[in-house]
Every structure is written in structure tokens, then in C-alpha cells.
Ligand binder design. Structure first.
Ligand SMILES: Nc1ncnc2c1ncn2[C@@H]1O[C@H](COP(=O)(O)OP(=O)(O)OP(=O)(O)O)[C@@H](O)[C@H]1O
Length: 257
């Protein structure tokens, strides 16, 4: 599935949240959405997820305007894992994941025959089979995060949009979570604050600052010390990882004038 983000702009009154952002994430690859607080990462993901309309530009899926597609069809193609998604309904983890199947049901085909198996597989993928019958409200932040990923997977999307999915996870779960996401082989856009996680798990990155693209391309080409200084105001050293095939970013401190 070909995803194209073409000159997307978002304005609210005088505020420019996104300014002519263009990128075409490589199909089946993981693209990191990076940048400091308030640079527009969540806004971009919500536009691509169809939750928010751009005020200019277009997002296309296989050439078709995403915002002109019907919601159900869009939801069968693309799943968005929002930053602080929550529910106060007394649902079990499995019932939460089952809501991901809603776009696959219709009046003509109310029974979702594969649904049960897809839900079980999604829970297993995120290591949450043991949480199946637990009440959502009783889960920890990291457990909720994994169950929400399972819900997104139950949608069987071609495009996966993840907004800071690792923010409640311990180190081991951050690594396994992103490894699994990579293994899914879906066209993935993932916003991350941790540059080392981005360096390790993303194929490409788009780096935003104040709503504009400041870097775009393969992670090892874009994540340079110069770019990090310019975008994050932090002095860093970028080196090859001694045992793995990706760079490591070591911070030396904030930029001093
Ligand atoms: N309704 C609004 N009116 C004006 N500005 C807004 C509005 N909503 C969001 N913004 C601003 O838009 C900018 C982009 O917000 P966004 O949530 O996309 O950033 P982000 O990169 O995801 O940030 P963070 O890393 O802190 O989560 C922020 O400066 C935010 O304050």
C-alpha cells in the first residue's frame, strides 16, 4: 500500500502546526517521526490517521485521498495507536482488542468468522495472552499499551501509525515491542522521543521542528550530530554501535551559546 503525504499543512487560527510536510514512507518499512516537544508529531499522525483534516495538502493511499475515503474502509487499511488512548468502560483486554474488528463487520456480513483467531493472534503477538480476561481498568500503563497495539493489529491494517508507543514501557518491553513492530512488515510511522530507539528500529526518519521537515531519509544519513544540535539544541556524538548495525547517539549536554 502506497502512502503519500503531500504538502500537508495544519493551521489553527494564527498557529501553524504543520507547514507543507511531504513524505512517502517506504512500504513495509518503519519510519520514525522525530522532533522536540510541540514540533507536530501527534498532529502529523492524526492527519495521516484520518482523525484530523489538513488545512492544505493531501494524504493519499494508493493514489486515493485518504480524507475522502469512508471511515470503515479507511479503518480496514490503517490503524492509529494514539498516545493516551483510554477507556473507562468495564471491558476485558480481549473485548478491547475485539473493538479492532468493528471495521471488518457489516450489515451484510455481521459474523466476523476469522475475528476470534485474529484477536487471539494479536494478543499473542504483544505477549498479552495472559491478560486476556483481565479488566482493562486493572492493567498497568505498559500492559495497556501492549493491549492497544493488539487492538490496532486486530484491525489487520496495511499501515500502522504509532504515537509514542514506548512511553509507558520498561526497557525490555520497549525493545521487544519495537522488534515485533518491525517483524510485522507493515508500512509503519512511529513517533519516538528516544533517538537511540529510533536509530535501532527505524529504517527511515522524518525529523520535524516547528511543524517543518528538517531531515528526511535513512536513519544513518539523517541522524547526524549537526542535525540533532540544530533540531534539539543538544550536543551529541553519533557513533556506530560496537556490536549492532546501527548508530548510537551519546549526549554530551545542551548547546551552550
Ligand atoms: N488547538 C490548538 N491551537 C493552537 N496550537 C495548538 C493547538 N493544538 C495543538 N497546538 C500546538 O501545536 C503544536 C504541535 O503539537 P503536537 O501535539 O503535534 O506536538 P508533538 O510533536 O506531538 O509534541 P510532544 O512531543 O510534546 O507530544 C504544539 O506547539 C501545540 O501546542
Amino acid at each position: 500500500m502506497r502512502l503519500e503525504i503531500d504538502e500537508v499543512g495544519v493551521r489553527i487560527g494564527d498557529a501553524v502546526l504543520l507547514d507543507a510536510v511531504s513524505l512517502a514512507p517506504r512500504p513495509g518499512r518503519v519510519t520514525g517521526v522525530l522532533g522536540p516537544n510541540g514540533c507536530g508529531k501527534t498532529t502529523l499522525l492524526s492527519v495521516v490517521g484520518g482523525v484530523r483534516r489538513p488545512t492544505s495538502g493531501q494524504v493519499r493511499l494508493d493514489g486515493e485521498d485518504l480524507h475522502a475515503m469512508r471511515g470503515r474502509r479507511r479503518a480496514r487499511t490503517l490503524a492509529l495507536l494514539e498516545q493516551e488512548a483510554s477507556t473507562t468502560l468495564p471491558l476485558t483486554a480481549r473485548e478491547v482488542v475485539a473493538t479492532g474488528r468493528i471495521p471488518h463487520r457489516s450489515l451484510l456480513a455481521p459474523a466476523d468468522r476469522e475475528g476470534g483467531a485474529v484477536i487471539s493472534a494479536a494478543l499473542a503477538t504483544v505477549d498479552a495472552t495472559q491478560l486476556t480476561d483481565r479488566l482493562w481498568t486493572s492493567l498497568s500503563g505498559g500492559e495497556r499499551q501492549r493491549v492497544h497495539l493488539a487492538r490496532a493489529l486486530a484491525q489487520e491494517p496495511s499501515v500502522l501509525l504509532l504515537d509514542e508507543p514506548t512511553n509507558h514501557l520498561d526497557l525490555a518491553h520497549q525493545l521487544t515491542f519495537l522488534e515485533r513492530v518491525r517483524e510485522l512488515g507493515l508500512t509503519t510511522l512511529v513517533s519516538l522521543h528516544d533517538l537511540n530507539l529510533a536509530a535501532a528500529f527505524c529504517d527511515d526518519v522524518v525529523v520535524l521542528r516547528a511543524g517543518r521537515v528538517r531531515g528526511l531519509g535513512p536513519v544513518e544519513e539523517v541522524l547526524t550530530a549537526d542535525l540533532v544540535r540544530e533540531v534539539y539544541d543538544v550536543e551529541v556524538t553519533v557513533e556506530p554501535h560496537p556490536r549492532r548495525e546501527h548508530p548510537v547517539i551519546r549526549w554530551d549536554g545542551p548547546v551552550t551559546a
